[in-house]
Each structure stands twice: as structure tokens, then as C-alpha cells.
Design a protein around this ligand. Structure first.
Ligand SMILES: Cc1cc2nc3c(=O)[nH]c(=O)nc-3n(C[C@H](O)[C@H](O)[C@H](O)COP(=O)(O)OP(=O)(O)OC[C@H]3O[C@@H](n4cnc5c(N)ncnc54)[C@H](O)[C@@H]3O)c2cc1C
Length: 182
């Protein structure tokens, strides 16, 4: 299906996997290689650059918690934060998994819940894959970042309040050790 839609993909056998990614344990028979896949090496720095670009173009950045959005006769009129009241004529809600309460305030019932995940970042991993690798059988992604090697994965339908379950991060570390013996 991906190929029919123009996604470039090569199927690799054991030997090709070794050539493309020598850091992997020799345990994989097949891999799908996406030569046009793209990534960011530092998502925090990316967001910081987007924020400074926004400010450079005249945007104003306030670090405040939105508590409410008050409605006028023609839609949203006032954003109420923990520090201020700000008059508005339009609002974009981009509060991730926390958006539901705010959109509900505006009369929209969005079908949204949290799918939480975990990651472990190793600043000095001893081995660094050249590409991000999704290890399907083990349910995680290994990504080479500026600040280390990140293993991310596991899915937890835990809501917004549950404390972290660090056992899931330990599992990622254990699986990472198996896949990258170095
Ligand atoms: C472990 C893990 C690994 C992931 N790996 C990848 C990956 O490799 N590639 C990828 O593309 N995606 C990945 N994702 C998904 C990605 O992180 C999310 O899709 C993305 O962050 C969503 O962006 P967002 O801006 O919509 O929401 P968020 O990043 O959640 O941002 C919402 C922001 O709103 C703020 N906020 C919430 N409520 C309020 C309020 N009342 N007032 C003011 N501010 C508020 C929050 O503090 C937060 O800063 C991963 C997710 C997890 C959990």
C-alpha cells in the first residue's frame, strides 16, 4: 500500500541489515528501509527555534496556565490565565492531551484521550545507530539524537493524573541492551 502511494521502501535481508546498520545485534531476518524518512536530532531545540521565530515576527510569548476561556456573543472573548485576563478575538487550542477541557469550555466535545509513552535517553551509549530504527518485534524506536541515544515506546492508557510507571522505562533499557549489544 505504501509503495502504491509513492513511499520509497527497500526490503533488506540479514546481510543488508548488517551493512546498513552494523550496530544492531545479528538477530533480524528482515527490515524495511525508508530512504526518504526524516527526523529531528533535537526536538527541544526545534521547539525553542520555533518559539524565537514566532517572537521575532512580532508574536508575544506568555508562560501562563490557561484556566478558562470566556465566551462573548460572537465566540471566545477572554482568556483567563493564572496571572492575567487577555482579550482575544480568536483562539487556537494546542494543549496536547490537555486540550479536551478547554475545547469543551467552547462547546466542542472532542473525542480525545491520552496514549502515554516512555523513553530512556542514554547520553553516553557506547554505540550509536546511524538512523532511527523501529524494532517492531520489541515495540520500541531507537533514535540517534544530539544528546544521546533514545529508546522510546510502550503504550499506556493511563490518563493525565497517574504517576509514571518507571518499570516501563526499565523494560526499554533491557530491550535496548538486547538489540544493541555494544
Ligand atoms: C514517549 C513518547 C515518544 C514520542 N516519540 C515521538 C517521535 O519519535 N516522533 C513523533 O513525531 N512523535 C512522537 N511522540 C508524539 C509527540 O510527542 C506528540 O504527538 C506531540 O508532542 C504533540 O504535540 P502537541 O503540541 O499537540 O502537544 P504537546 O507536546 O503535549 O504540547 C501541549 C502543551 O500545552 C501545554 N498546556 C496544557 N494545558 C495547558 C493550559 N491549560 N495552559 C497552558 N498550557 C497548557 C502543555 O504544558 C504542553 O507544553 C512521542 C510521544 C511520547 C509520549
Amino acid at each position: 500500500m505504501q509503495r502504491r502511494r509513492g513511499v520509497k521502501m527497500e526490503l533488506l535481508d540479514r546481510e543488508h541489515i548488517r551493512q546498513v546498520e552494523p550496530s544492531l545485534a545479528p538477530m533480524f531476518e528482515r527490515a524495511a528501509f525508508y530512504p526518504e524518512h526524516s527526523m529531528t536530532v533535537n526536538n527541544f531545540r526545534l521547539v525553542q527555534r520555533l518559539a524565537s521565530d514566532f517572537v521575532a515576527r512580532g508574536g508575544r510569548l506568555l508562560q501562563e496556565k490557561v484556566r478558562d476561556i470566556e465566551l462573548g456573543p460572537h465566540g471566545p472573548r477572554t482568556v483567563v490565565t493564572d496571572k492575567d485576563r487577555i482579550e482575544i478575538d480568536a483562539a487556537v487550542i494546542a494543549a496536547g492531551a490537555w486540550s479536551r477541557a478547554l475545547t469543551r469550555r467552547l462547546g466542542h466535545r472532542v473525542a480525545l484521550d491520552t496514549e502515554r509513552g516512555y523513553h530512556v535517553t542514554l547520553p553516553d551509549p557506547g554505540v550509536m545507530p546511524r538512523l532511527p530504527i523501529h524494532i517492531a518485534d520489541f515495540g520500541f524506536v531507537a533514535t540517534p539524537l544530539e544528546n544521546g541515544l533514545r529508546f522510546a515506546g510502550t503504550v499506556e492508557l493511563g490518563g493525565l493524573e497517574a504517576p509514571p510507571n518507571w518499570g516501563r522505562a526499565e523494560i526499554l533499557l533491557e530491550r535496548g541492551r538486547q538489540v544493541f549489544p555494544g
